[in-house]
Write a protein that binds this ligand. Sequence first.
Ligand code: HEC
Length: 138
Amino acid sequence: MTIEKTAVALAIALAVSVTATAAEVIGAGPAEFENRCAVCHGLEGRGDGPFAALLLHAPADLTRLAADNGGRFPADRVRRMIDGREAVASHGPREMPIWGRELLIEYQHSSTGIGAPETYVRTRIEALVDYLRGLQAK
Ligand code: HEC
């Protein structure tokens, strides 16, 4: 790992651990997005977050998902992309964190333990999908 990569990994780990608490308290898409996604995708989701320049691939402009898909928001693809567990199995490593796994770990470490682990992960991802649906350029 280069120093730059290590710094990025550390900063992400930090961002993620800070978030867990904020998102737990607020529990909604906007806070989760700001805390976990904006570093790369930017506060407005345009792919211009502070880490964007350090990545090999530009983070997607998340306001154009519907426009680039014939005007229809590709909810299912977005859901699978955020989760990432399936993509990793089929395509190998990627730069975007595997949120399905992060959320599962968060569930296992939380004392609340509401519902089944998979339900927890899916509910959190769904809040993000809803939030992204609202960000789409008209
Ligand atoms: C470390 C930087 C980073 C973080 C943090 C990050 N992403 Fe990404 N994201 C990327 C990159 C880079 C891509 C482009 C695909 C790739 O190379 O992995 C991407 C792609 C995506 C895509 C696919 C867009 C498409 O065209 O299909 C979605 C959806 C997405 N991110 C949502 C999110 C959400 C939601 C979060 C927060 C939970 C998040 N990202 C956090 C870097 C990041």
